[in-house]
Design a protein around this ligand. Sequence first.
Ligand code: SF4
Length: 164
Amino acid sequence: MRVNGTLINYYFHCKRQCYLHGNRLNLEDNSEQVKIGKAIHQERAEDSKNTEIAIENIRLDKLTKEYLTEIKKSDADVEAAKWQLLYYLSVLKSKGIVRKGRLEFVEKNKKDKKIFILELTKELEEKLDFYITQIEQLLEEEEPPECIHKATCKKCAYYEYCYV
Ligand code: SF4
C-alpha cells in the first residue's frame, strides 16, 4: 500500500496500527469510533455545502483560498493529526496548490472547538519525507511492532485483534 494520510496519522498514534492497516488488515468498518468520525464528516460536509473535495483518493474537508481545513472528532492525538494535514498540504503543493493548514477538533456534544494553523515549511517537508521513508520500511517488516498498551487502545479498531 502506498503511504497516505491515514497511514501517517496511524504512524504517529501507534506503529502497530500503521503496520496492520498498511498491510491491509482492515477491521475498521466495525469500529464505533470510525463510525462517529464518518458521521461528523458527513454532517460537516453538508453544513459547508459540498466544499469537500478529493485528490488522489484523499478526502479533504474544505479548501479555501487560504486554507485546507481538516476536521477531527477528538484532540486525543494532535501530533498525528498535524502530520496527516502536513502530508495533505504537501500533496496539494505538488499539484501547484499552496495553502496553510487549518486543523479543527470538534468533540461530540461540545460546542467549543480547538483550531490549529499549520504551515508547510522546508524543514517540515524534509521531516515529512523522512517519516514517509520510515513508514515504507515499517510496512516491509515481517512482523508487526509490539502493542503499545495505552488507554487509547480501547478506542482502536484493532483492540480485539491486539488484546483479546
Ligand atoms: S489496539 Fe493499541 S496496540 Fe493495537 S493497533 Fe490499536 S493502538 Fe496499536
